[in-house]
Design a protein around this ligand. Structure first.
Ligand code: F6P
Length: 367
C-alpha cells in the first residue's frame, strides 16, 4: 500500500488528533504516503485533501477537536454521493482509508466498500471509534469519552459547591445523544443524587418522581446542605425545561413549602462537554487504536474497526485480538454496526445491564 487517506467525521472528539498523529507517524515510518482529508466525507466530496507530514502532526495530541476538521454529510448517505467519493479516492490514488468517527462515520465507511454497491473497488477501509457518546458497539470505550466525562465531573463539582451554599436543586443536562453512558458514569464520579437516561423504561411521571425522591431525601437531612444534583442525559424522554416545570409543580403539590426554596436551576453543558484538551487516557487510546488500525490496514485487513476491550466476549466469527496490542481487537464493521443498532433500540445486553444496574442503585445514589 503506497498511499493512505485519513479522515475524521461526525462530532469531533478529544483524542482524534492523537489518532491522526499515531497513524501518520507509523505510516510514514513504513514509507507510506499519508493524505489528510479535510472535513470528513464532506471535504472528501469536495476533493479537499493534502499530504500530511511529520511536521503537520507534531504535538497535535495535546489539542482538542481535530486538525483535519470534521463535518456531518448528507450527500454521502446517498449512493450517488458514495459513487462520487469512490471516483475521487480512485483518482487520488488512495488505496487505504482510515475513518475516525462514530456510528454515522463507520456506517459510511462500511458502505463505501460494500461490494454490492461497488464491485471490484479496491479500496481497503479500517475504522477507529471516536465519539464522546460511547455508543459505538463492540468497543469498551470510544475516543473522547474519558475527556468528556472528566469535563462533566469538573463542571458538576463546581455546581455542587453553589448548590450546597444555597440548598438548591440543579438539573445538569449532558450530551450523549441517545446514549446515557456519560450521564451514568459522571453521576457516579460526581456523587449525583439522581441520574436520568434514555435507556430507562421510565415514563414522564416516573422521571419526575425520581427527582422528587432525591429532593425529599436531601431535605430530610438536618446535618448537611440540602443540595441536590441531578444529571440528565440529553436523550432522556422528557425535555429539561419541561422536567423543571413538572418537578416544581410536584414540589408545590407535595412538599407544601414556598417555591423559592425549592426552585430548580438548570445547566445545559452542551458543546462544552465535547471540547477541551484530551485527557491522557484519550491520547493513549487514540494512539493505540490508530496504531492497531493502520497496522491492520497494511497487513491487508479491510472492513474492520479497531476496538478497545469489551465487557462481554467478542463474537468469535467476526472479531480477532490484535496481534499488535493485546488490549485491542479487530472487529468486522458489520458486527459493530449491528451491535450499535441494538444499543440504540435497547436490545443490547450491554445496554440492559447498564439500565438494570442504575435501576438497582437508584435509592443509594443520594447518600
Ligand atoms: O455525537 C456527538 C454529539 O456531541 C452528541 O452528544 C450530540 O447530541 C451531537 O453530537 C451534537 O451534534 P452537533 O454538534 O452537530 O449539534
Amino acid at each position: 500500500m503506497r498511499r493512505v487517506g485519513i479522515l475524521t467525521s461526525g462530532g469531533d472528539a478529544p483524542g482524534m488528533n492523537a489518532a491522526i498523529r499515531a497513524a501518520t507517524a507509523f505510516l510514514l515510518s513504513q514509507r507510506v504516503e499519508v493524505i489528510g482529508i479535510q472535513h470528513g466525507y464532506k471535504g472528501l466530496l469536495a476533493g479537499r485533501m493534502a499530504p500530511l507530514t511529520a511536521g503537520d502532526v507534531d504535538q497535535i495530541q495535546r489539542e482538542g477537536g481535530t486538525v483535519l476538521g470534521s463535518a456531518r454529510c448528507a450527500e454521502f448517505v446517498t449512493i450517488e454521493g458514495r459513487n462520487k467519493a469512490r471516483e475521487i479516492l480512485g483518482a487520488a490514488g488512495i488505496e487505504g482509508l482510515l475513518v475516525i468517527g462514530g456510528n454515522g462515520s463507520l456506517t459510511g465507511a462500511h458502505k463505501l466498500i460494500d461490494p454490492r454497491e461497488a464491485p471490484g473497488f479496491g479500496l481497503r477501509v479500517i475504522g477507529v471509534p471516536a465519539s464522546i457518546d460511547n455508543d459505538v458497539g463492540l468497543t469498551g470505550m470510544s475516543i473522547g469519552v474519558d475527556t468528556a466525562m472528566n469535563t462533566i465531573v469538573e463542571a458538576c463539582d463546581k455546581i455542587a459547591d453553589t448548590a450546597s451554599a444555597h440548598d438548591r436543586t440543579f438539573i445538569v443536562e449532558v450530551m450523549g445523544r441517545d446514549c446515557g453512558y456519560l450521564a451514568m458514569t459522571a453521576a457516579v464520579a460526581a456523587g449525583a443524587d439522581a441520574v436520568l437516561f434514555p435507556e430507562s423504561s421510565k415514563d414522564e411521571a416516573a422521571i419526575v418522581e425520581t427527582v422528587a425522591k432525591a429532593v425529599a431525601k436531601a431535605r430530610s437531612r438536618s446535618d448537611r446542605p440540602k443540595r441536590v444534583l441531578v444529571i440528565k442525559a440529553e436523550g432522556t424522554k422528557v425535555s429539561t425545561e419541561r422536567l423543571k416545570e413538572m418537578v416544581e409543580a410536584r414540589f408545590r403539590d407535595s412538599f407544601g413549602e414556598k417555591l423559592d426554596t425549592l426552585e430548580v436551576r438548570l445547566t445545559v453543558l452542551g458543546h462544552v462537554v465535547r471540547g477541551g484538551r484530551p485527557s491522557a487516557f484519550d491520547r493513549i487510546l487514540g494512539s493505540r487504536l490508530a496504531y492497531v488500525a493502520v497496522r491492520a490496514l497494511l497487513a491487508g485487513e479491510n472492513d474492520k474497526m479497531a476496538a478497545w476491550l469489551t465487557p462481554f466476549p467478542m463474537p468469535p466469527a467476526s472479531a480477532s485480538r490484535s496481534a499488535a496490542d493485546p488490549y485491542c481487537w479487530l472487529v468486522d464493521l458489520a458486527a459493530v454496526l449491528a451491535e450499535t443498532e441494538a444499543m440504540h433500540n435497547g436490545t443490547s445486553d450491554l445496554v440492559r445491564w447498564r439500565s438494570d444496574l442504575f435501576a438497582s442503585v437508584e435509592d443509594v445514589l443520594p447518600t
